[in-house]
Design a binder for this molecule. Structure first.
Ligand SMILES: [Zn+2]
Length: 167
């Protein structure tokens, strides 16, 4: 099935046990739900958990330094991004505790080497906007013109005011 063929009725609903809530014609990828289940179980306010493997997100997740405050999109996430170290394909249920501990109070997480970006929202729109801006920040950060000594980097102090408009 292609992405442009997917409709709301073709989405699979699964319970916290990972089993489909209604009959389906195909299997559910358990690794695809492990991360989501962990966050939904631990965070009652997490109405929506998004997880992507975009090229830009994979690139930044593969860097030791992670996301750097070298552009205005990235500034939105300065000191607001959690990181989780790679533990292999997300099938180990023991990883859930470490994942939740790493997420902590944040709504944005980069899964190192896994190559994933993850956002959490009290609404679908919140998680989506965070993901869109995080992916943009990653895309621009990995461009050859990114400068670690840029004015954005020097203004990214913990006391810097939160930029308006994009979050
Ligand atoms: Zn993933």
């Amino acid at each position: 099935m292609l992405f442009n063929e997917i409709t709301a009725s073709s989405l699979v609903k699964v319970g916290f046990d990972g089993l489909p809530l209604s009959p389906i014609d195909h299997d559910v990828n358990p690794a695809g739900f492990t991360i989501h289940r962990a966050i939904h179980l631990a965070c009652p306010d997490a109405v929506c958990v998004l997880h992507t493997h975009t090229v830009a997100g994979v690139a930044v997740a593969s860097l030791d330094a992670g996301l750097q405050p070298v552009n205005q999109w990235a500034l939105q996430f300065h000191n607001r991004v959690a990181y989780h170290e790679y533990e292999g394909i997300a099938l180990d249920l023991d990883e859930r505790g470490r994942l939740i501990a790493d997420l902590g109070k944040y709504k944005v997480m980069i899964l190192r080497n896994h190559g994933g970006l993850l956002t959490v929202g009290a609404k679908i729109a919140e998680a989506f906007i965070l993901m869109m801006n995080l992916d943009r920040a990653c895309a621009v950060s990995r461009s050859p013109s990114s400068r670690p000594d840029s004015p954005c980097a020097s203004s990214a102090k913990p006391s810097a005011k939160r930029p308006r408009g994009n979050m």
